[in-house]
Design a protein around this ligand. Structure first.
Ligand SMILES: *Cc1c(COP(=O)(O)O)cnc(C)c1O
Length: 389
């Protein structure tokens, strides 16, 4: 690619306006449809669980090859509802990674279950499944893989271990909607529909983002579906009859209008992200102090984040350099969960999860969304290269 850096440096007004996530640009094409949908809700007054929510539930179910979909208020609730649907006992153990958004572990602790952390793989940032069996105890009930940054965990191994030890698998699919896992026998399954229950978030910056909070729980299993529907609605079985303790978690109609419009574009959004990742991969290859994200051969990658490892302690300096060039970048995640004050009671120490801890020092996520132009991508790559020259 032609180096545009000198042109931009001579004419700072030409520096492209780059966002980590560009929701405004994405909205442009959908504006008329969304405006119309919002007007309809204002006129009908069906603000909660209205017709747009039912339409979204149906369309998302079709997208997920027939999985039962329970729309809910956010991704954190989705995880909590999923765990509640499994009828676990206090102290039952759930295995997940300490390199994730806090919600994953938070709901385990809120339900008085026990979080058992497992380290991640250095390349994919997902659960290191080689360590799974050594962490299983008589109290283990759930494996909770987080498909981090947009690609599935090693589901061949997770499903095999789960079957062998009769465990549930709950997928945290908040960052990987639309990604596909191919099993070693050739079966291809969409992220979030592989385990017993899948959970997702439609937080605005997610690959499929609402304009406020929203989430969903998926399952292919009818019994779980009934329990999940009920738990998301106060545990109601029939009108004003409560068979279980539930929570109040519902999607509002405005969010469903936005999600319906965007669901039709999700494949294109994910392809645009893959294109941007391809440009990053090509342009940044060969910089010695940078490790590019590794795409697991069994999973497609929908690049919720494009996350580099910056070696030699140069991460923070690179971030500052990019900021000077008006290129935003983010650290997901700066602190591992096992060393957080709130999770001290789990008894983990510094050094317990070395790959996670090292990742917290090295990761840097670059701008990633469906509207990145070649000019923007080129400018970002040139800005990174200029740091190492
Ligand atoms: C966003 C996210 C959540 C939580 O979703 P909310 O809608 O913000 O509650 C959970 N897990 C992961 C991995 C996430 O990225």
């Amino acid at each position: 690619m032609l180096s545009l850096q000198p042109i931009f440096m001579d004419n700072p007004t030409l520096i492209p306006d780059i966002q980590m996530v560009d929701l405004k640009a994405q909205l442009k094409a959908l504006r008329a449809e969304i405006d119309h949908g919002i007007q309809e809700i204002l006129d009908s007054g069906a603000f909660i669980k209205g017709p747009p929510v039912k339409a979204f539930q149906k369309d998302l179910s079709a997208f997920l090859n027939g999985a039962h979909v329970t729309p809910c208020a956010n991704g954190t609730d989705a995880l909590q509802i999923a765990l509640m649907a499994l009828d676990l006992k206090e102290g039952d153990e759930v295995i997940t990674t300490p390199f994730t958004f806090v919600a994953t572990a938070e709901v385990i602790e809120l339900l008085k279950l026990k979080t058992v952390f497992i380290d991640i793989e250095p390349g994919t940032f997902n659960m290191d499944t080689k360590q799974l069996e050594s962490l299983i105890s008589p109290k283990t009930k759930v494996i909770l893989p987080v498909h981090l940054f947009g690609q599935c965990s090693n589901m061949d191994q997770i499903m095999e271990v789960a079957e062998k030890h009769q465990l549930f698998v709950v997928e945290d699919n908040a960052q990987s909607i639309g990604s596909v896992y191919q099993f070693s026998d050739g079966r291809k399954v969409l992220s979030g529909t592989i385990g017993h229950i899948g959970c997702t978030s439609f937080y605005p910056s997610k690959n499929l983002g609402a304009f406020g909070d929203a989430g969903a729980v998926f399952t292919m299993n009818e019994e779980f579906a009934t329990a999940i529907d009920s738990i998301a609605n106060h545990g109601q079985s029939e009108r004003y009859m409560y068979g279980k303790i539930g929570i109040n978690s519902r999607m509002d109609s405005f969010q469903a209008v936005v999600l319906n419009a965007k669901l039709k574009e999700l494949c294109r959004y994910n392809q645009s992200r893959q294109y941007a990742a391809g440009v990053y991969n090509k342009e940044l290859a060969g910089i010695e102090a940078i490790e590019l994200p590794v795409n697991h051969p069994s999973s497609s990658h929908v690049y919720h984040q494009y996350t580099l490892r910056v070696k030699d302690g140069k991460r923070d300096a690179l971030k500052a350099h990019l900021q000077e060039k008006r290129v935003p970048s983010m650290i997901y995640y700066p602190y591992p969960l096992h060393l957080q004050e709130a999770y001290k009671h789990l008894g983990y120490q510094k050094g317990d999860f070395p790959v996670t801890e090292q990742s917290c020092h090295e990761v840097l996520s670059l701008p990633m969304h469906s509207e990145l132009s070649d000019t923007q991508l080129n400018y970002i790559c040139e800005s990174i290269k200029s740091f190492f020259n």
